[in-house]
Design a protein around this ligand. Structure first.
Ligand SMILES: NC(=O)c1ccc[n+]([C@@H]2O[C@H](COP(=O)([O-])OP(=O)(O)OC[C@H]3O[C@@H](n4cnc5c(N)ncnc54)[C@H](OP(=O)(O)O)[C@@H]3O)[C@@H](O)[C@H]2O)c1
Length: 288
């Protein structure tokens, strides 16, 4: 089989995947097919990657590819699945870049191999964790295919579908959470700073953070050990740590409650949308 791949939805995730495929020579341009709702993005990609196959519709892409990455928003996914469903073959391999549409709902459209994954934009710089769930119809060769691709620019973590909601806070949502936390840290420091600019404060934080992550990972140090080593009793770090220890649990509990609740709401909305699309759709009951 020709090593082809199609990407539907060229937004943050789809365009990251496309760039990585070409940058790391994972696929030849002529073996990549792309489709997107708005045409502007496709036009600029045509100029950048002249040999790439630009499809006029999601249906055209589904007819041309056996390996299809779906990188659209969760609430747009049901409609895309309905469009492509008549062209999906038993051997078509679907890779869905969101876990907010449940596997059981995707199965209404395709009874073959489905991998649900939560990528992270950290992978733009070859890092981060890709949370991955394969259904039982993903054969070994397809597992290897997916894990080799994603493993080229991220760490692939196989996980149960039911665990992704919580775990994705540590991976996919992390850059956003981290940016907000650091922003507040910089703002608090800025309110107290006379001579050091916000840009300088931000740079110090980022360099410290990169180093701290490496220190913990490379020296296999736990968070507790690091706190003990850095914060001497009675010292300055110790005083700050005590405040974080007291106040952060409420903040993190509230943030996790909010994000996991919204995840469940979106999953429910997508499920309802799939129910309404598939009810009365004669083709859907014929899914291979
Ligand atoms: N961003 C992240 O960090 C991240 C991390 C993990 C998982 N995800 C998941 O990955 C998916 C994509 O996220 P994203 O951040 O890349 O979203 P995004 O930037 O909004 O991109 C979505 C893309 O899908 C296209 N699209 C929407 N409906 C379509 C349709 N019917 N047919 C063809 N293309 C369609 C959009 O086209 P237009 O150009 O017309 O808007 C857009 O280019 C989402 O399900 C998200 O939950 C995202």
């Amino acid at each position: 089989m020709k090593k082809n791949i199609g990407i539907i939805g060229i937004g943050n995730v789809g365009s990251m995947m496309l760039r990585k495929f070409i940058e790391l020579s994972l696929f030849k341009e002529e073996n990549i097919y792309i489709a997107n709702r708005s045409e502007e993005k496709l036009k600029s990609l045509r100029e950048k990657y002249p040999s790439i196959n630009i499809c006029k519709s999601n249906m055209e892409l589904a007819q041309s590819c056996n390996n299809i990455l779906l990188c659209v928003e969760p609430l747009n996914l049901p409609k895309v699945l309905l469009e492509i469903q008549p062209y999906l073959k038993k051997e078509t391999y679907l890779m869905v870049s969101t876990s907010m549409v449940a596997h059981k709902d995707i199965c209404n459209f395709h009874k073959g191999g489905i991998t649900i994954f939560m990528p992270t934009l950290i992978s733009m710089v070859n890092g981060g964790v890709t949370l991955t769930f394969h259904n039982e119809l993903v054969k070994d060769n397809k597992r290897t295919f997916f894990e080799n691709i994603m493993g080229s620019f991220s760490e692939v973590k196989i996980i149960g579908e039911e665990d992704i909601n919580l775990a994705q806070n540590m991976t996919a949502s992390f850059p956003g959470f981290f940016a907000e936390i650091m922003l507040e840290f910089v703002k608090a420091a800025s309110r107290r700073s006379t001579n050091v600019s916000d840009n300088e404060l931000e740079h110090m934080l980022l360099v410290s953070l990169l180093g701290a992550s490496r220190l913990l990972l490379e020296k296999n140090m736990s968070f507790e050990e690091t706190i003990n080593r850095v914060s001497t009793k009675g010292g300055i770090t110790y005083e700050g740590v005590k405040v974080f220890e007291e106040m952060l649990p409420n903040v993190f509990d509230a943030a996790l409650n909010a994000s996991t609740k919204r995840y469940d709401e979106i999953t429910k909305l997508a499920s309802e949308s799939i129910d309404s699309l598939t009810n009365g759709c004669s083709q859907c009951s014929k899914a291979v």
